[in-house]
Design a protein. Structure first.
Length: 382
């Protein structure tokens, strides 16, 4: 089997699973309890927080554990809206955000907030000057993803941050779900970023784990009220086994990050160089530094994406149609649509997404399989 769908989810690392199982069996006290079992659990939770903070170059108090990216996105967006609504109800985001951001924005619009959706260029990238032009006296939040989950575009986070330095009261959020372990921490945690969201299952941690980076001094209203956990910002008994496993996964990720990114870029480029020669192929992702190392989106124009996905699956190769969160719905890809790609081409798009287990040999198998499938598609292509 060749698994090229790592942006949808990743297989839990065996060492990480061992950590989860060990903590579940041996350290199962409630971290809020006053007795020794609670104290042991509390200490492990804080050690996990400290480890993540050290690996990412931030402060332990700036790491808030969540259940994943969608919760983090919703919390920062709606928490900002609640905390700052007396100062304004205007939000700026891009037209290519993940559904968790996009739908949270739609909900706020239903509640009377105004949202400006920035356009993107032919590579799916916003223009920072459009952010500057969109800022109003009542703007309270700018939310721009670090890496696009459909085609891998890296957004100009530092440049947007430089603009927002003149607007210190505006929150700046970055959806970084596709960015961790991809060699761009200097972008994600650049000076002006106030919040960044992460999801554990994207980097071999258990599903239902994640965290938000929340810069010290920035205010958010809780999305989940409860017993005061996570600095009173995220109620509910902490997932100590999951959070310990999450920290373990980030440590393992960081140990080999540069090697993995380099290999991913080589795999991606090998596939691009092969498929771009075919007359009906349109490649949306590039191999340069403006795109993440692990995401490659292309289309065989004339063959629907789901047909291509199942054809590769028949050869035990797993890819996807753009975002896994919308691949089973009969909706157009939001990113390609925002890039003004015609619908008849966008509906043919598929995504290859790489991880640390993938090899150049797998790229060669993929290319050989592509040749065979393309030859079979000629009946469709005419």
């Amino acid at each position: 089997m060749i698994y090229f769908d790592n942006s949808a989810t990743t297989k839990i690392n065996s060492e990480v699973l061992d950590t989860y199982n060990t903590v579940s069996k041996k350290i199962w006290g409630n971290p809020s309890s006053l007795h020794n079992m609670g104290e042991v659990s509390w200490n492990l939770l804080q050690q996990s927080r400290q480890q993540i903070a050290k690996l990412l170059g931030v402060q332990p108090g700036e790491i808030i554990f969540t259940s994943g990216g969608s919760e983090g996105d919703n919390w920062v967006i709606k928490g900002t809206a609640l905390a700052k609504r007396q100062f304004g109800k205007h939000i700026i985001t891009s037209s290519v955000e993940h559904a968790a951001v996009r739908n949270a924005m739609h909900q706020l619009e239903d509640l009377g907030f105004e949202v400006t959706y920035l356009p993107v260029d032919a590579e799916g990238r916003i223009n920072p000057e459009d952010v500057k032009a969109a800022i109003r006296p009542d703007t309270i939040l700018v939310s721009i993803m670090a890496v696009n989950n459909e085609i891998g575009t890296i957004q100009p986070i530092r440049e947007v941050g430089a603009i927002l330095k003149d607007y210190p009261r505006i929150h700046f959020m970055v959806d970084a779900v596709q960015a961790i372990g991809k060699g761009i921490d200097d972008i994600v945690f650049s000076d002006r970023v106030d919040f960044a969201t992460f999801s554990g299952h994207k980097f071999h941690a258990p599903r239902g784990t994640g965290f938000v980076y929340k810069k010290n001094g920035r205010q958010l209203a809780p999305l989940i009220d409860g017993g005061g956990q996570e600095q009173g910002l995220r109620g509910g008994t902490e997932n100590t086994p999951g959070d310990a496993a999450l920290a373990k996964s980030i440590r393992l990720l960081k140990e080999k990050e540069s090697t993995v990114v380099n290999t991913e870029r080589q795999i991606k480029q090998r596939i691009i160089d092969h498929i771009k020669a075919f007359p009906h192929v349109k490649v949306f992702s590039k191999g340069n530094d403006g795109f993440a190392s692990h995401i490659l989106c292309f289309a065989i124009v004339g063959v629907r994406g789901e047909t291509v996905v199942h054809a590769f699956e028949d050869h035990n190769i797993y890819i996807s149609t753009t975002s896994a969160c919308s691949s089973k719905k009969d909706t157009e890809t939001s990113t390609l649509s925002a890039m003004n790609v015609p619908q008849n081409i966008a509906e043919c798009a598929v995504r290859v997404s790489l991880g640390d287990q993938n090899t150049l040999e797998e790229a060669d198998v993929f290319n050989d399989t592509f040749d065979e499938l393309y030859d079979g598609f000629k009946k469709i292509l005419g």
